[in-house]
Design a protein around this ligand. Structure first.
Ligand code: CO
Ligand code: CO
Length: 304
């Protein structure tokens, strides 16, 4: 076993031989949009992400489905599965089976098996002082999908958050080819703060984040200031907040924004500073949001 539970990593990694290791992950989510096809796309992109977040390449997937087939038409389930298949196809893999269970609330996701060169595994551990921290998608999806449920989201912001959540992290992962990446994860349920906290803890380093450099989805800042955010976001802030040195003037809503629970968020990359320009050229959507510091270990410093 090359990667197990010790470093709070994205997926398990099991060595087959000197050149190959299996990357294994499972993830499933409840619906966060009304459109079943789009929900299937988001769930599949979210499940595939953990393979990319280990530096791996997906090989094939199985679907895992919970569905209220007695009360909701099976054409709805077919749309969810079609959405998932479209993303698997985009990732270059097939969904070759799966399992379903009768359940009152739908849930859908993939078991994804991938492969990685054991010498090129990218875990949470390994971030080095002087590395730049790069984020490949804007944050705020949890806030926006909560606003959607309350019918307080504009069509424009809905379109943007769907675009972000359905985007595979494949291109972002491929843009790292040949670059000196020291640590890698994806930003999901624990939010940017939580996943960065896992990275700095596993790596024995600290981090500095420039608040103004963090890309944020449209309307997220306004909505969170109005008190619209998921329960998981507040729990993230309560749990990981004590690991953060906050500037006094940074108000609670902005802190919640950094802790916002994401679905199918971007990659968080700890990259040797000399490779920064190459990565930004290859991946214009990526943003440098801060850097790794030698100490205090496990602590995230936010600068306004
Ligand atoms: Co992950
Ligand atoms: Co996961």
């Amino acid at each position: 076993m090359l990667v197990g539970t010790a470093t709070a990593d994205d997926a398990a990694v099991y060595k087959l031989d000197d050149g190959r290791a299996i990357v294994q992950t499972v993830d499933l989510i409840t619906p966060i949009v009304d459109d079943p096809y789009v929900y299937g796309q988001i769930a599949a992109a979210n499940s595939l992400s953990d393979v990319y977040a280990m530096g791996g390449r997906p090989l094939f997937a199985l679907s895992i489905v919970c569905f209220p087939s007695r009360t909701v038409g099976l054409d709805c389930l077919a749309d969810i599965l079609r959405g998932g298949s479209s993303k698997a196809q985009e990732a270059g893999i097939a969904i070759v089976g799966g399992h379903s269970v009768e359940d009152q609330e739908p849930k859908y996701g993939l078991v994804v098996t991938g492969i990685v060169d054991p010498d090129r595994i990218l875990t949470n551990a390994g971030a080095r002082p002087g590395d730049v921290l790069v984020l490949t998608k804007p944050i705020g999806a949890g806030i926006l999908t909560t606003a959607l449920k309350k019918q307080q989201l504009s069509d424009e912001a809905y379109g943007r958050v769907v675009e972000v959540m359905t985007t595979l992290n494949r291109a972002a992962a491929e843009a790292l080819e040949g670059l000196e990446v020291h640590a890698l994860t994806d930003v999901t349920g624990f939010g940017l703060l939580g996943h960065l906290a896992e990275m700095v803890t596993a790596s024995g380093v600290g981090a500095r984040i420039d608040f103004g450099a963090v890309p944020v989805l449209p309307e997220a800042a306004e909505l969170v200031a109005q008190g619209i955010y998921p329960g998981g976001t507040k729990r993230n802030l309560d749990h990981f907040g004590p690991k953060v040195q906050w500037p006094d003037e940074l108000p609670e809503p902005k802190r919640l924004l950094l802790a916002d629970a994401q679905t199918s968020g971007g990659l968080l990359i700890s990259l040797a500073a000399r490779d920064q320009d190459t990565l930004l050229q290859r991946l214009p959507s990526a943003e440098v949001i801060g850097e790794i510091q030698p100490d205090p270990a496990g602590v995230i410093q936010i600068v306004p």
